[in-house]
Design a protein around this ligand. Sequence first.
Ligand code: GLN
Ligand code: ZN
Length: 763
Amino acid sequence: MVLSTNLGFPRVGVNRELKKAVEAYWKGNLSKEALKETSRELRMRHWQMQKESGIDQIPSHDFCMYDHVLSMAATLGCVPPRFKWDGGSVGNDLYFAMARGAEGIAAMEMTKWFDTNYHYIVPEFEKDQDFKLSCEHIFHAYEEAKAAGVETKPVLVGPLTFLLLGKARGDFCVSTLLDKILPVYEEILSRLHEMGVSWVQIDEPALLLDLPDWAKDAYKPAYERLKNAAPGLNVFLATYFGDLGDNMEIALSLPVQAVHLDLVRAPEQYKDALAFIPEGMSLSLGLIDGRNIWKNDLSASLKIAEDVVTHIGSERVMVGPSCSLLHSPIDLDVETELDADIKNWLAFAKQKLDEIAALAKGVNEGRDSITGALADSDAVVADRKSSARIHNAAVKSRIAAIVPDMFDRVSPFAKRAPLQHEALGQPLFPTTTIGSFPQTPEIRKARADFKKGEMDLAAYETSMKKEIEAVVRFQEEIDLDVLVHGEPERNDMVEYFGEQLSGFAFTKNGWVQSYGSRCVKPPIIYGDVSRPDPMTVEWSKYAQSLTAKPMKGMLTGPVTILQWSFVRNDQSRSKTCNQIALALRDEVADLEAAGITSIQMDEPAIREGLPLRRGEWDAYLEWAVNAFRLSVAVAKDTTQIHTHMCYSEFNDMIEAIGAMDADVISIESSRSHMELLEAFETYHYPNEIGPGVYDIHSPRVPSVEEQVELLEAALSHIPAKQLWVNPDCGLKTRGWAEVEPSLKNMVDAAKAMRAKAEKEKAA
Ligand code: GLN
Ligand code: ZN
């Protein structure tokens, strides 16, 4: 019999109960007992939900209060020494301190979980790192579920993935820790086995990466050890987020009872697996998309499942989500305001459970046993193919009519730059900011009141214009060169544009955990994207009317809009990206026509789109860079195109950034002490660039001297005539009290640099 399986369920709760409880606990407004009770309730609710849906293998220990990698670190007693851990069991407070820092103790680093928008806490290892079982949650969770009548499959982050995702503090390779970490895994598995656990899920998504040789060699002996520690325990090895490729052989060589494959990202790989799968090993088919919100094409999924069953027999097959459902919103049923057509195309985590169960039933009892679900799914597939809500002939013909010319500005940068400098009256070391200014409580309130209908349009516009004027006056007063309007009208840099574009839908409650207690509510791109009306022109025009200095128009780039949304699965990402680019291209043209001479197209998320495997980078970078170029290349030579990037390191893709051909890029770098500049030792960035000199992530006011110092450092890699002076990122999360002196100091730093350059010229 084919089993239905699940890899993990969202923890946060349909009403973000966990977020609220955890935050209240941090503030001291909720007791530890109450926090634990909320957590228990959520686990129970989600187990029952899965049981009711008919899922055979229900995960436990997929729940945690902050992050599952951090929980694994706690389980393994992998606590950085600065937390002065007493070596006892790792309790809530130490756990949260590791995630968030404590007085005088820096938090552990956080980074993206593969190519998702979920962030995990990066394990830290010392050279003499010891590991020991230090948290009992995995055992308690299993027992808790069992007591409630739910048999579960405890989930662990695998030893190789744990080591590979962590960071060695000091000069040694994490491979040296494998022999020390395995005994703890052995202990965990043997205890689980003694408790009567039948299946345990070990997540090894690191198998989706380009592995170092030591790791390739280490997998088999490591899993042999785990096998020997608990010979009767069934191990479900979970891989997800892509094609195992050359690691398929490794996965299938392990002494585990089942290997899970992501067949949404890489549907064809089940064929490779069938060719090599050893006798006795089961295949778990990840057919339901755990990372997107579309209803499954059940007929297509059934076909694959049936094919696999024909080859290895139903006793060796499981069906489930492509990855943990952690990455999808929880329940579509609560979306009462979503358009009915669109809603009918979607499935959130709860609905995906039903799809998984239906799929298993369909393979086990035949298609006739799920005629209703199949008919519904077939109808959705047909509807999405032809729906006028999705398909817009005008957009399609515009896409078809894209010609190479459209990716290029009229003239090369060398010719554009002097024209822009003259038109804008640009000094040496020009100063600017990234776009947003502090979003004060008054601004947020005005936006909220307007949205709720408690403030009318005229009053709202008046209040926003007042904010814009104040920001313009401030920038003039401190003598910034290229001004911004401050973005008071924007709640979020993607949502703001999505709400004005066709082809986007928004949920009321489609929250997905981003990190810790933070959740995001990505827009849904369901149809061809077009721009019915100009989106930002009136605000920019108004802001420009207030000043003789250049006012930057502010747009969010096509790759970032794509990256931070749920995207269509019926056409390629690159095509959707080009549709967004064309809509933005019209906005650029309209801004220009309205007299805006400087336009910024933000692309903070461009790096996040990089494929997990290096070999696939070029293909991605080509279409991503081209989409950016398509969105801005309509600009005249005299219009200065800016872009901005942050949140990541960019050294390994600096040439692609150069290929975007923006006239000016402002890029995060002060937080990493200008590490970015190392990239310029071998690569000469061709256009103008402002490596951030003011770290906006901290309330600290940077002095003139330290900003001068950073600029001097930049000057050793970037010629003065290419160098801009700007903060690391937008200022919306900061308060005026810090922003005022910080920006004043920044302008003074630029002036000091200019004076010095003058002096050198005279000498
Ligand atoms: N223009 C945006 C702002 O200043 C950019 C935000 C970002 O880079 N994430 O807020
Ligand atoms: Zn930024």
